[in-house]
Design a protein around this ligand. Structure first.
Ligand SMILES: [Ca+2]
Ligand SMILES: [Ca+2]
Length: 202
């Protein structure tokens, strides 16, 4: 491996990213150069991240959801996303295997990061998702999932949990893989945003 043209991207980070994603050294190096052009500091702040979301959801309030996504991407909890966190996040949410995406979804729903999901945490994320759905689209939702409370209730019931129970990561992933309805209810796929962010940084 060795490398003459890695620019500012250290060999350690490069190797780690190649190991954890399917991107090549050339792709990663080129991507890093454009990342630095957009973010000269080499880091994306929470505010920058929120403003990217805001541009795509001008008619709704994506702030809460953006904050949760940011938290789940900020692996070392230092309040910024560096290139490594950013690439791993994009890989997990777009190119990763279904189980990797669900591991990410688990970390999104585990708001306090204690390793299990409570019914309240489900409600908190579902509330954030609802703020991104346009009012006219909410009207078209089925009766039993047209408020955050009902939707959280429905998700929780699918997992067969009582109010005070907790979901482990294994239960969350197995349950979601086994039931497409759960998968549909837990996600809000901001595909457009993800593609646009990727485009912008490439
Ligand atoms: Ca960080
Ligand atoms: Ca938790």
């Amino acid at each position: 491996m060795g490398n003459s043209k890695s620019g500012a991207l250290s060999k350690e980070i490069l190797e780690e990213l190649q190991l954890n994603t399917k991107f090549t050294e050339e792709e990663l190096s080129a991507w890093y150069q454009s990342f630095l052009k957009e973010c000269p500091s080499g880091r994306i702040t929470r505010q920058e991240f929120e403003s990217i979301y805001s541009k795509f959801f001008p008619d709704s309030d994506p702030k809460a959801y953006a904050q949760h996504v940011f938290r789940s991407f900020d692996a070392n909890s230092d309040g910024t996303l560096d290139f490594k966190e950013y690439v791993i996040a994009l890989h997990m949410t777009t190119a990763g295997k279904p189980t990797q995406k669900l591991e990410w979804a688990f970390s999104l729903y585990d708001v306090d990061g204690n390793g299990t999901i409570s019914k309240n945490e489900v409600l908190e994320i579902v509330m954030a998702i609802f703020k991104m759905i346009k009012p006219e689209d909410v009207k078209n939702l089925p009766d039993d999932e047209n408020t955050p409370e009902k939707r959280a209730e429905k998700i929780w019931a699918f997992f067969g949990k009582k109010d005070d129970d907790k979901l482990t990561e294994e239960e969350f992933i197995e349950g979601t893989l086994a039931n497409k309805e759960i998968l549909r209810l837990i996600q809000f796929e901001p595909q457009k945003v993800k593609e646009r962010i990727k485009e912008k940084k490439q």
